[in-house]
Write a protein that binds this ligand. Structure first.
Ligand SMILES: [Zn+2]
Length: 247
């Protein structure tokens, strides 16, 4: 009987603990709703995904997120040095030749602008009405478009390719959202493209690959919590205590 009583007491305690845990969890959202990232973008996501087809193993998947990814960290002094050591776009893995659509109404600004990188072919579209420009990189071929030409959201504007130009290396679309008219700042597409990014991150090769600063281990660890980057700015992820360790 004594054992039963103590068991009942323990259960009661456990329930009380669980209940209090629920109560204490219920309070924080008041502050969470005013997170700086959300204020920064005003909650507006004016762009759509760059593919007409839904994601899947035969179409496209999230390859690498924007931001402080492990891959960008390891290559911060080489590939990503001109964008502060972070991956300054989002990579969407797709077979070569996948049709890419304009993610908003815009005007073709540049075709095959090598200074912007993301070869072998790229396309830059300005969106003055939104205050942004978008870059579609690693394209299969030179897009058949002329600067000054208007494009509509959802219109096919290019075909996806491969940075190695082989189509079996690592075929993907590298997509950037920059400021307009400067085109020097790069922003996190997750906060600007209307899509279910949390579900997209569940499959594909990205998983949860953000580099960790063990001196501030929660910094830049989420899809929607990544810093903007400016061309030519100082590297921002030279962590003294990184994880995984630097090569
Ligand atoms: Zn990329």
């Amino acid at each position: 009987m004594k054992t039963l009583l103590s068991l009942t007491t323990s259960l009661g305690l456990l329930l009380a603990l669980l209940f209090s845990a629920n109560v204490s969890q219920a309070a924080p959202p008041q502050t969470a709703s005013s997170a700086p990232a959300q204020q920064e973008q005003d909650g507006q996501r004016p762009f759509i995904l760059p593919f007409a087809e839904p994601p899947g193993p035969d179409t496209w998947l999230l390859g690498q997120a924007y931001g402080n990814t492990v891959g960008a960290y390891f290559n911060r002094n080489t590939t990503y040095r001109y964008s502060q050591g972070i991956h300054f776009g989002v990579d969407l893995t797709a077979p070569c030749g996948t049709e890419i659509v304009a993610i908003a109404d815009g005007v073709v600004a540049l075709v095959d602008a090598t200074a912007y990188g993301s070869l072998p072919h790229n396309l830059i579209v300005d969106h003055p009405q939104l205050g942004y420009a978008t870059l579609y990189g690693h394209l299969l071929e030179r897009p058949d478009l002329t600067p000054g030409q208007e494009v509509k959201q959802g219109e096919v504007i290019a075909l996806s390719g491969d940075p190695e130009d082989t189509c079996f290396g690592r075929p993907h679309l590298h997509l950037e959202i920059r400021d307009y008219p400067g085109r020097a700042w790069k922003y996190n597409p997750v906060n600007l493209i209307d899509a279910d990014w949390d579900n997209l991150a569940l499959v594909g090769s990205f998983r949860s690959g953000f580099e960790r600063d063990l001196d501030d281990p929660r910094k830049w660890q989420h899809l929607d919590d990544q810093p903007p980057a400016v061309t030519g700015g100082a590297i921002i992820n030279n962590f003294a205590n990184p994880w995984p360790r630097a090569r």
